[in-house]
Design a protein around this ligand. Structure first.
Ligand code: MG
Length: 165
């Protein structure tokens, strides 16, 4: 059994006139996240944690933000595609743990829906995904509502043939 851990981090700036999408869930708010794609900071951190665990680069190498095909992209779909790349290398997802840092809006009411959307995209049970929402106690960019931040860790496992060990 081969086990790997990966870590992902992302931050996007908040601004008016954008939709707020977190963990595949559209959340009612007076601001949304700025970015080339839908700027789903939670999905992006999860993608980087998964790719990092597999030693398979990062979100920018697979889905470059200079590529017009990813303009306005649905990041949950990018997550689905990233998981597809891991499957090609026989990786299975053990669990994913996410912390999302936002002063506002209050995210606790949306956590269950985020877990379900992430689980569906990754093809695993929601019990293997944790989403923890925090404020930043008014400090730094996340605390002053300039940005939303997400951190994620992921565990991958696979069985290797003897010759590969
Ligand atoms: Mg991002």
């Amino acid at each position: 059994m081969n086990i790997r851990i990966g870590y992902g981090y992302d931050i996007h700036r908040l601004r008016e006139g954008r939709r707020l999408v977190l963990g595949g869930v559209t959340i009612e708010h007076d601001k949304g996240l700025e970015g080339h794609s839908d700027a789903d900071v939670v999905a992006h951190a999860v993608i980087d944690a998964l790719l990092g665990a597999a030693g398979a680069g990062d979100i920018g190498t697979h889905f470059p933000d200079t590529d017009p095909q990813f303009a306005g992209a649905d990041s949950i779909e990018l997550l689905r595609r990233a998981v597809g790349k891991l499957k090609e290398q026989s990786w299975k997802i053990g669990n994913v743990d996410v912390t999302v840092v936002a002063q506002r809006p209050r995210l606790a009411p949306h956590v269950a829906e985020m877990r379900n959307a992430l689980a569906e995209a990754m093809g695993i049970g929601a019990d293997r995904i944790s989403v923890k929402a925090k404020t930043n106690e008014g400090l730094d960019a996340a605390g002053t509502e300039e940005a939303i931040v997400a951190h994620a860790v992921a565990l991958l496992h696979r069985f290797l043939l003897f010759k590969e060990l």
